[in-house]
Design a protein around this ligand. Structure first.
Ligand code: PGA
Length: 250
């Protein structure tokens, strides 16, 4: 079901003790967030066990930032979806633009990752979004539409129900530039109608998050849009007060 959701993507930030302190600060003030808002933390792999312990018993859910495209075996340095599930993760971020750009993840790899995540009971937070030059050329609908068709259209309805989509315009990530509420709503509505083309009315139930320099000062306007169900937060998720302020912005 469509759910108000705020997920913190810590990326490659914080040492374990710092991450533990951040998680504890968040848990300490989580009661300020209305109970219909799902809060998710995605710390680095090394922090999952410790952060998982801190948030256990609270309404906060644990996510990883990536998983392997292989089940198990001789893949040095990789972390499998099954391992993440056994570490207490309920979610995994897949297809973040930083993974697509710096680690050359393609739709082919993402098809394997998403299948493994779902097979292991994880809900993928599947990221899509266009680069600046693509938006300037008016190609953002094509780019985002293709990212969705090449991966999510391969899922069954039962699988799609478990997926959260995050729209993150690459030009807005970590840059301080945010899509305007109109730009964001326009493409969120496009994402929902694209999903409806394949999955019918189920599209109304899919949670679609906005990501890209979302902060306490702009979250309210973004979250007020009809097709924006919350945010995937990078930089602002590293401060408990800012993250919680965003989560209170519905
Ligand atoms: P940002 O990152 O909030 O720092 O722009 C968002 C993301 O990449 O998830």
């Amino acid at each position: 079901m469509r759910k108000k959701t705020v997920a913190g993507n810590w990326k490659m930030n914080t040492l374990i003790d710092e991450g533990a302190a951040l998680a504890k600060d968040i848990v300490d003030i989580i009661h300020e967030v209305p109970s219909d808002v799902q809060i998710i933390l995605a710390p680095p792999f090394t922090h999952l066990d410790r952060v998982g312990g801190i948030i256990s018993g609270s309404p906060v859910a644990l996510s990883a930032q990536n998983c392997a495209d292989k089940d198990k075996g001789a893949y040095t340095g990789e972390v499998s979806a099954a391992m993440l599930a056994s570490a207490g993760c309920r979610y995994v971020i897949l297809g973040h633009s930083e993974r697509r750009e710096y680690y050359h993840e393609t739709s082919a790899t993402l098809n394997d990752k998403i299948a493994l995540a779902l097979a292991n009971g994880l809900s993928p937070i599947f990221c899509v979004g266009e680069r600046l030059e693509e938006r300037e050329a008016g190609r953002h609908f094509d780019v985002v539409g293709n990212q969705i068709r090449e991966v999510l259209f391969n899922l069954t309805e039962e699988q799609m129900e478990k997926v959260v989509v995050a729209y993150e315009p690459v030009w807005a990530i970590g840059t301080g530039k945010t899509a305007t509420a109109e730009q964001a709503q326009e493409i969120h509505a496009f994402i929902r109608s694209t999903l409806a083309g394949k999955f019918g009315t189920l599209a109304e139930d899919i949670t679609i998050l906005y990501g890209g320099s979302c902060k306490p000062s702009n979250a309210r306007e973004l979250f007020a849009c009809k097709d924006i169900d919350g945010g995937l937060i990078g930089g602002a998720s590293l401060k408990a007060a800012d993250f919680i302020a965003i989560a209170k912005s519905f």
